[in-house]
Design a protein around this ligand. Structure first.
Ligand SMILES: NC(=O)c1ccc[n+]([C@@H]2O[C@H](COP(=O)([O-])OP(=O)(O)OC[C@H]3O[C@@H](n4cnc5c(N)ncnc54)[C@H](OP(=O)(O)O)[C@@H]3O)[C@@H](O)[C@H]2O)c1
Length: 281
């Protein structure tokens, strides 16, 4: 029987600490979100981010663009926020509508304001071992591991998924934390053989209950990034009911990685505000 890694509780605790820090330092960080179109999931994520801002004392501005906005329209919005000295962090909610060139938009965000950590400069710093803003989901997972005193040094970590927002930066953060990392994806041969070797197994695939108990080494730490709908319920990539019987630690879905992602975005925004304040002094 495993210990539940309670992301909700840890995120609450960190948001409370951040609120105190913002008050003490007299900072007034400001985050701008940009959303194009009316995808309900994206709208819900943006709303949750604004609510978290309000909770900790971060000002937030929401730019809402129509789903028909061309690339240039999104770039114009980003550039206005880049120039605005009152905005410390910019988050472009992905995915953008099909006609928008996402890469150009991501690369347009000024690296100093790239609190989502997707700009090539942010990713380059992360992979060079000196991250400034690491993407919020993998960074939040590292925080969760650290809060539960889970040792990464020398651990064998397996990450399933190689996306730029989760899998790849997760592998870099674990490498930076001295784990020995294997990244698996849809072309990996004998996936279960790889996953069974993991002391720390992280699944970021997006397939309900894909990771079954026979894929997990007894005593492993299992982190479930997936968000999937199954029979009208939100579930992760991991078959939680069975895997929890053999893992040492496991994240639930919901209430595991998701809240840590939002708390990390708040922390990144605060860091951006601190850095920008130093530069203007
Ligand atoms: N909780 C949070 O805060 C949070 C944040 C971000 C994402 N998510 C969730 O995490 C999941 C992954 O997100 P993402 O953005 O990384 O997704 P993504 O861009 O679709 O990437 C999925 C990855 O999974 C791999 N994959 C797919 N099927 C596989 C299989 N059968 N065996 C092995 N690997 C397989 C893909 O391999 P290939 O590269 O070979 O195609 C790809 O690398 C989604 O459910 C998403 O909603 C949660």
């Amino acid at each position: 029987m495993s210990t539940i890694l309670d992301g909700k509780k840890i995120a609450e605790m960190r948001l409370e600490l951040l609120k105190e820090k913002i008050e003490e330092q007299g900072l007034y960080p400001r985050l701008a979100t940009v959303i194009a179109g009316s995808d309900p999931a994206s709208q819900m994520y943006v709303l949750m981010k604004h609510k978290a801002c309000e909770r900790v004392g971060i000002g937030s501005v929401g730019i809402e663009l129509s789903g028909e906005t061309p690339t240039q329209g999104v770039l114009d919005a980003v550039n206005r926020l880049n120039r605005d000295p009152d905005i410390n962090g910019i988050l472009v909610q992905l995915p953008l509508p099909r006609q928008v060139e996402t890469k150009r938009v991501v690369e347009a965000v000024r690296p100093e304001k790239d609190v989502d950590g997707y700009h090539p400069v942010s990713l380059g710093l992360l992979f060079s071992g000196e991250p400034r803003f690491a993407p919020c989901t993998p960074k939040g997972i590292m925080t969760l591991l650290s809060e539960y005193r889970i040792v990464t040094e020398g651990a064998r970590a397996v990450v399933i998924g190689r996306s730029i927002d989760v899998g790849r930066p997760m592998s870099a953060l674990l490498t930076n934390a001295d784990a020995t990392v294997t990244v698996c994806h849809s072309r990996t041969k004998n996936l279960a053989e790889e996953t069974r070797r993991a002391d720390i197994l992280i699944s970021a695939i997006g397939r309900a209950h894909f990771v079954t108990a026979d894929m997990v080494k007894p005593g492993a730490v299992v982190i479930d990034v997936g968000i999937n709908q199954l029979d009208g319920k939100l579930v992760g990539d991991v078959d939680f009911a069975h895997v929890k019987e053999i893992a040492s630690f496991i994240t639930p879905v919901p209430g595991g990685v998701g809240p840590m992602t939002i708390a990390t975005l708040m922390e990144n925004t605060c860091t951006a505000a601190e850095e920008q304040a130093c530069r203007t002094v």
